[in-house]
Design a protein around this ligand. Sequence first.
Ligand code: GLA
Length: 382
Amino acid sequence: MSTALINDVKKVYIDTFNKEPLLIFSPGRINIIGEHTDYNDGFVFPAAVNKGIAAAIEKSDSNISTAYALDKKSKIEFELDKIKPSTEGHWQNYVLGVVAEIQNRNKTVGNFNIVFKGDIPGGAGMSSSAALENSVVFGLNELFKLGLSKEDMIYISQKAEHNYAGVNCGIMDQYASMFGVKDHALHLDCRSIEAKPYKIDFKDHQLMLINTNVKHSLSDSAYNDRRSVCESISKLLNIKALRDATEQDLETIKDQVTPENYQKALFVIQENERTQKAAEAIKDNDLETLGALIYDSHHGLQHQYKVSCEELDFLVNQAKFNPHVLGARMMGGGFGGCTINLIAKSEAKAFAAHASNAYKKAFNKDCSVYFIELAEGTHLVN
Ligand code: GLA
C-alpha cells in the first residue's frame, strides 16, 4: 500500500472539508488462473495486491454528499434521496451504485464526503472498480454503523456493478479485494464463497504483470454476452451453472448449440478443471505444471472464449519465446489490460525490457510492467 496515496487523500480531505477523515485502503487483485469461471459458480485463484484505492471519508453536516476522484480532478455532489445512475461516466456509478444498493437493503446512510485516489490504472484488469466499490461500502459501514458483514459488503459492491455500471460480473474481484490475505492467493469456490488461502512463495520465480495499456470498447457488452451464453447452455443441460457440467454432458447437446457457443462452454468446463489442477501444482511447488496450465488458459481465452486481443496475444507470444517464462496469459475480463507472467526472478527485468521494446515496435505505444506483492484486503488505515 502506498503511504503517499493515503497522505494525499487525507490532506485534500482536510483542506476541503476541515475534518479528520477515516482512512481506508482497498486493494486491486491479480488472478493466477480461473478466468470467466466465477459467474459459472466455479473456482478462481485471485489475490489482493499492494496497489489499489486509498479513500478518506467522513460524515457531512450539509444536506448533500460529495465524492471527489482526485486522480481525475473530478467531483460529484448528490442528494441521498435522489440517487440514480449517472450518465457522466464510470467512477461516479461505482460510488452512487454502492449507496443505492445499501439503501435497497433498508439501511440508512447519512450524508458523507469521500476523496479517493488510486494507483491501478482503470482498464488494467486489476479490478480498480471493485477496489473503489469496496472502499465506499466499507467506509459507509464504519461511519454509519450499518452492521454489514464483509460478505454483505461484497454483494453490495457486486450489485452496484450490475445495476449502475451495467456489467453482470461474478464475485471474484469484490471477494479478492475484500478478503485478501498478505502473501497468499485465495482458491475460491464461487458457489459456496469459501476460499482456501495458499501461501505464494515461488522461490526463484515470481509473478510479473505487463499492462498493454489498452482497453477495447465493447468489452462490457462482450462480457455480458458471454455470461448469457453460459447461462443458456446451463439451462439446456438442466443444471444450475456450468460448474456442474462435464465435457461428456456438453457433448450430449452439441447439435443444439452453435460451434462457437459449444467452444465457450467447453472453455469454462476446462478452465475450471485447470484451476483445480493449479491448486495441486502450487501445493506441490510444481511450477512447470502451473506454468503449462497458465499457457493453456490463455490459449482457451484466445481461441475458445474469444476475449483476448492482439496486444495481449503479442505479449503472451513474447513470453513463449523466452525459456525463463514458465507461463503467461491474459488476466481479468479481457480485451485489454494485463498479462500475468510466471518468470524466473533473475530474468524478470531483462524480459520486461525486451517485451516492452518489442511491444513499442509492434504497436507504437508503451506497455507498463508491474512487480506486485500479495496483500491484505480492504482495511482501515490508522
Ligand atoms: C471481470 C469480472 C469478474 C470475472 C473476470 C473474468 O474481472 O469482474 O467477475 O468474471 O472478469 O474472470
